[in-house]
Design a protein around this ligand. Structure first.
Ligand SMILES: Nc1ncnc2c1ncn2[C@@H]1O[C@H](COP(=O)(O)OP(=O)(O)OP(=O)(O)O)[C@@H](O)[C@H]1O
Length: 457
C-alpha cells in the first residue's frame, strides 16, 4: 500500500467504481465523490495527493473544481478525465495547473503511468523536504539575495568537496561558524564529528590541553586522561575559531600537526594519527599580525589553502527582510508566541540600522522584540538603544545613538552654544542676546556643561 491518497470525482457511479477497483488494486487509498461540490467538501476535511475528476459534470464541473483547488492552495495535483470530443478543454485546464488528463476509453495503463510519474515527483519533493528540514534543524538561513553571500556559499560548497584547509574571514557575528558547519555538512565528512574550539576563551596552558589532550598525571590537576579536540575531530572537521588569538608556541605545534597529520597528548610521546579537515576563522587582519610578529607566516599558508570572506550584514542588506522573518519564526516557535503585526515604523528602523554586531545583533534584537511583545505586536519602544542610520535626516547626521531626548538636547545644546560663541568672538553678552536667554542663564549652562573656564576668563 502506498502512502498516497486519491480522490475520484465523477457523477457516473459506474466509472467511479471502475476507478476504485483499479486504483485500490494498485495499492492506492481511494475516496469517491459524486460531484465537484462533494469533492471540495472531502478536500476541506482531508489531505489528498491526487484528485482524478471528470471534466463534464452537472453543477461544478472539473475545470471549476480545479480552479477552486488551486485557489485554496490544497497541495494536491489534479488529473482531468475527458471525452475525446472535449479534449481541448482538458488542454485549457492544463494551463490552469492540472497535472495531466486522461481520455475516456484509452488504455487505463496510461492513467496509471501518469500517476506513477506523479508518485516519483512526490518522492523527490519529499527527499528535498528532508534535506531542507535537516538544514532547518541545522537552524540557519542560507537563502540569500546578496551576490557577495552567494559567492561565499558557492566557494564553500566547492571547497567542501576537497580536503583543503579553509580560512574564514569576517567580522564578529557575521556567521563564520555557520559557514564552517555548512562546509562540514556539504563534505563527505558530514556523518563524522564537527568539533569547534574557540582559541580565545582558554588561557595558554589550558588551550594546549584542550587541543592535544593529556595523559593522567601529566601536570598538576591532570587527574584523568583526556582526549583533545584534534582526536575528537578525527575523520571529521575541526573548527578553530579566533585562530588569530593562538599563542606563538601553540602555532608551532599546530603547524606540526598539519604537517605530520599526527598529535602527541601532553605527557606522552606516542604519536597518534589524525585525519581531519581544519577550518579556521578570525576577525583579525592576519597580514598585520604577521607583520607585527604575532602570527607565523608559514602557518597562515598552511591554513588558508582556500579563503572565504563572509560579508558584514551591512554589506548584504538585501537579506535583512528574510533574516528578520527567519528569526521572527524561530522565536515565535521557541516561545510559543504568535506575532501578527509590527508597529508602524519598526520595520524601517530594523532595515535602516547598520548592525555593527552583524547577524548576532539582529538575532538578539528580534529575540528581544518577541520576548517583550504583547497582543501579538512587536513594538518600537522595545528596540534596544541602538545606533540607527538616519540617512533620511541629514540634519541629525548619518548615525545617531537612540537616547532619551534630554541627552540628545544636551549634546546639541553644547554644540550649538559653542557655535554661537565662536561666531560672536566668545562675547557672552552677544551670544546670550542671540540665544534669547539672559547672560546669567548662559553662564549657568556653561557651568553645567563644564565649559565655564573656557569662556569666562
Ligand atoms: N545564516 C544564518 N542563519 C541563522 N543564524 C545565523 C546565521 N548566521 C549567523 N547566525 C547566528 O548569528 C550568531 C553569530 O554567528 P556565528 O557565531 O557563526 O558568527 P561568527 O562570525 O563566528 O562570530 P564570532 O567571530 O564572534 O565567533 C549565531 O547565534 C548564529 O546562530
Amino acid at each position: 500500500m502506498y502512502d498516497f491518497k486519491i480522490l475520484v470525482v465523477d457523477d457516473e457511479e459506474e466509472f467511479r467504481n471502475v476507478y476504485k477497483l483499479m486504483l485500490e488494486f494498485r495499492g492506492f487509498e481511494v475516496s469517491l465523490a459524486s460531484s465537484g461540490e462533494e469533492g471540495l467538501s472531502f478536500l476541506e476535511k482531508e489531505y489528498y495527493d491526487l484528485v482524478i475528476t471528470d471534466l463534464k459534470m452537472e453543477g461544478m464541473d472539473g475545470t471549476e473544481l480545479l480552479k477552486k483547488i488551486k485557489e485554496k492552495n490544497y497541495n494536491c495535483e489534479v488529473i482531468l478525465v475527458t471525452a475525446f470530443s472535449t479534449v481541448e478543454n482538458a488542454v485549457i485546464a492544463m494551463k490552469l495547473g492540472a497535472f495531466g488528463y486522461f481520455i475516456k476509453g484509452q488504455d487505463p495503463q496510461i492513467l496509471l503511468k501518469e500517476i506513477d510519474k506523479l508518485l516519483k515527483i512526490k518522492e523527490l519533493e519529499n527527499d528535498n523536504k528532508t534535506i531542507k528540514s535537516s538544514l532547518m534543524s541545522f537552524n540557519y538561513l542560507l537563502e540569500t539575495h546578496s551576490p557577495k553571500f552567494k559567492e561565499v556559499l558557492r566557494i564553500s560548497k566547492k571547497a567542501a568537496e576537497s580536503n583543503a584547509n579553509i580560512l574564514i574571514l569576517g567580522e564578529s557575528g557575521t556567521g563564520k561558524e555557520v559557514i564552517a558547519k555548512y562546509i562540514h555538512q556539504c563534505s563527505s565528512r558530514k556523518e563524522e564529528s564537527f568539533v569547534a574550539v574557540n582559541c580565545q576563551v582558554f588561557s595558554d596552558g589550558v588551550l594546549e590541553s584542550e587541543l592535544f589532550g593529556h595523559e593522567k598525571g601529566s601536570f598538576t590537576g591532570a587527574f584523568e586522561k583526556r582526549i583533545g579536540r584534534f582526536e575528537e575531530a578525527d575523520m571529521g572537521t575541526l573548527f578553530m575559531d579566533e585562530i588569530g588569538e593562538l599563542p606563538l608556541n601553540t602555532q608551532v605545534k599546530l603547524l606540526r600537526v598539519i604537517e605530520n597529520k599526527a598529535i602527541e597528548r601532553i605527557g606522552s610521546n606516542k604519536s597518534i594519527g589524525v585525519n581531519l579537515r581544519l577550518i579556521s576563522a578570525t576577525n583579525r587582519n592576519l597580514d598585520k599580525e604577521i607583520r607585527e610578529g604575532r602570527f607565523r607566516e608559514d602557518l597562515l599558508y598552511r591554513i588558508n589553502t582556500i579563503t572565504v570572506e563572509v560579508p558584514t550584514l551591512k554589506e548584504r542588506k538585501e537579506d535583512l527582510p528574510i533574516l528578520i522573518n527567519f528569526f521572527m519564526d524561530k522565536y515565535q516557535n521557541e516561545m510559543k508566541k504568535k506575532i501578527n503585526k509590527m508597529e508602524d515604523g519598526l520595520l524601517e528602523m530594523l532595515i535602516n540600522y547598520d548592525y555593527p554586531g552583524n547577524i548576532r545583533e539582529l538575532k538578539n534584537i528580534i529575540e528581544r522584540l518577541v520576548v517583550l511583545s504583547d497582543n501579538g505586536i512587536l513594538r518600537k519602544r522595545d528596540m534596544p538603544s541602538i545606533k540607527v542610520s538616519v540617512q533620511e535626516n541629514p540634519e541629525i547626521g548619518s548615525v545617531v545613538v537612540l537616547k532619551p531626548l534630554r541627552e540628545i538636547r544636551q549634546t546639541y545644546e553644547i554644540k550649538y552654544i559653542k557655535l554661537v560663541l565662536s561666531r560672536c568672538g566668545n562675547n557672552l553678552s552677544e551670544a546670550a542676546r542671540i540665544l534669547e536667554i539672559s547672560r546669567r542663564q548662559l553662564y549657568n549652562k556653561l557651568e553645567e556643561y563644564g565649559m565655564s573656564e573656557q569662556y569666562v576668563k
